[in-house]
Design a protein. Structure first.
Length: 119
């Protein structure tokens, strides 16, 4: 009789441990989901006008003079020091942008021609 009670107790203990492990895994999955959701909320697609730094690794917004680190500087290759308009995914928490497209700013070609004439 004692043996049966001991076996039943051990089985109940094992089932409760398994249930706690599943609950812990669900909480971990929920935390991962919440973190991914927060990451997606902090990143948003924007259009910004401004100047590319001389090394192409920074972008300074015309609107508020805020400097942004460019996470993919190869997208701005050949645009160093120029006024451009970029479409980018903005990560405000990291003060970074990931450029998805780039255009010369309006009047950018006119400004380049004037500069070339002066030199």
């Amino acid at each position: 009789m004692k043996k049966r009670i001991l076996i039943a107790f051990a089985a109940a203990l094992m089932m409760s441990i398994a249930a706690m492990a599943q609950d812990t895994m669900k909480q971990g999955d929920q935390m991962k989901h919440d973190n991914m959701k927060a990451d997606n909320m902090s990143k948003k697609a924007v259009s910004l006008s401004g100047k590319v730094s001389d090394d192409g690794k920074m972008f300074v917004s015309d609107k508020d003079s805020k400097s942004w680190t460019v996470s993919n500087p190869e997208a701005l290759k050949g645009r160093e020091g120029q006024q451009v308009t970029v479409k980018a995914d903005l990560d405000a928490a990291k003060s970074a942008i990931h450029v998805t497209s780039v255009k010369m700013a309006k009047g950018g070609m006119d400004n380049m021609k004037k500069d070339e004439m002066q030199h």
